[in-house]
Design a protein around this ligand. Structure first.
Ligand code: G3H
Ligand code: 13P
Ligand code: NA
Ligand code: ZN
Length: 304
């Protein structure tokens, strides 16, 4: 059933595991993720970006998410807005039945981020909805030639959380969105996590946490794709981050790769076939495999 992010992550803190937050845009993604949650008996966070809401004209996604809840009454599910940009977007998500929202003011000046986040917390908490906020900017530490990446400052995080009352905090420790996270070896500022956690005492969130599995990249490339130089966050680094205080782990790219690898292979191997169910079905299973393996690695498996 539907739970808030606060409830979900409190439980994760108590039993010491991390919960994957997986992005959804269509039926096969929702189904594949829920299939994995059932198989692993894991709580799960389904999250939708503004792009996902627009792509599905809001109402389709709303009902796909309701279907996930209806089909899985025994699985704790958080329905979360990913990277909300304004109070208006937050209100829309809450009107669609979301139990959690992210307000991403990380690009703003500190005081503006505090003010925007505070306004969202007041509205969301009045509606029984949790809030994730963000402080710091994502990006590779060593590739940051222009010096635009700002890792989260622990002292600032303490003040930010105290003043906004947010339920979870997304931190910047050197990850970035997409399939090209590092030029050379993965480098993360994992030491920042305990420093931040000690001061804020609320669950931390890691964005840009896809691992970009080489087997999926190779499958894409073998069947006509071009993903040279892609690189993700090793699962072991995420496991370390969870030990240090991260509770919500955002994964989108790995799901995109699983879908694309499966469909590219199908088109290459079965050029005479054209029934979408014949490749979207296997794509859905590939999603379930990658999601289930993350649920096991993050330790949430067995907790539903
Ligand atoms: O953080 C971004 C997520 O991967 C969602 O991406 O805005 O293309 O839907 P999107
Ligand atoms: P990835 O691109 O690493 O999957 O990150 C997704 C994310 O942070 C969504 O908010
Ligand atoms: Na989010
Ligand atoms: Zn993100």
């Amino acid at each position: 059933g539907l739970v808030t992010l606060r409830q979900c992550l409190q439980e994760a803190e108590r039993a010491d595991y991390g919960v994957g937050a997986f992005n959804v845009n269509n039926m096969e993604q929702v189904q594949g993720i829920m299939m994995a949650a059932r198989q692993a008996r894991s709580p799960v966070i389904l999250q939708a970006s503004r792009g996902a809401l627009k792509y599905t004209n809001f109402v389709y996604l709303k009902h796909l998410l309701q279907a996930a809840l209806e089909e899985n009454p025994d699985i704790p599910v958080v329905i979360h807005l990913d990277h909300g940009d304004s109070l208006e977007t937050v209100k829309t998500a809450i009107s669609l039945g979301f139990s959690s929202v992210m307000i991403d003011g990380s690009h703003l000046e500190f005081e503006d981020n505090v003010a925007l986040t505070r306004s969202v917390v007041e509205y969301a908490h009045d509606h029984g909805v949790s809030v994730e906020a963000e402080l710091g900017t994502l990006g590779g530490i060593e590739e940051d030639v222009q010096g635009t990446v700002k890792l989260t400052d622990p002292a600032q995080a303490e003040i930010f959380v105290e003043r906004t009352g947010c339920d979870a905090l997304a931190v910047a420790i050197g990850t970035s969105h997409g399939a090209y996270k590092f030029k050379a070896e993965p480098k993360l500022a994992l030491d920042l996590i305990p420093e931040i956690y000690r001061r804020v005492r609320i669950p931390l969130v890691m964005h840009g946490s896809s691992s970009v599995p080489v087997e999926l990249v190779e499958e894409v490339n073998r069947f006509g794709g071009s993903l040279a130089g892609s690189k993700g966050v090793p699962v072991e680094s995420i496991q370390r981050a969870i030990q240090l205080g991260v509770r919500k782990i955002n994964v989108d790219t790995d799901i995109r790769l699983a879908v694309t690898a499966t469909i590219r292979r199908f088109f290459a191997e079965q050029p005479a076939k054209f029934d979408p169910r014949e490749y979207l079905g296997p794509a859905r299973e590939a999603i379930a495999r990658v999601v289930r393996s993350r649920m096991e690695a993050f330790g949430s498996a067995g907790h539903a």
